[in-house]
Design a protein around this ligand. Structure first.
Ligand SMILES: [Zn+2]
Length: 73
């Protein structure tokens, strides 16, 4: 199972499962990820140490490279 916030793999027997009244279930690897989601209301997309941020950053960099190549040609 992957962490809802950071995207890391959670080893079996560890981590936190957070179930909301609405029925939505969130899996967290650590309390840090739980607090970032539920208390600090941070978005994984805008938090530098998450997998989603790295993915977004990589796509942004490739898009910039393609734009530069187009300008050069
Ligand atoms: Zn996590």
């Amino acid at each position: 199972m992957d962490c809802t916030f950071c995207g890391k793999k959670i080893p079996q027997g560890t981590g936190i499962i957070f179930a909301r009244k609405t029925g939505q279930v969130q899996h967290f690897c650590t309390r840090k990820c739980e607090m970032n989601t539920n208390k600090l209301h941070r978005q994984p997309r805008e938090t530098a140490w998450t997998a989603e941020y790295k993915k977004v950053k990589a796509t942004r960099i490739t898009a910039m490279k393609h734009a530069k190549e187009k300008k050069a040609n």
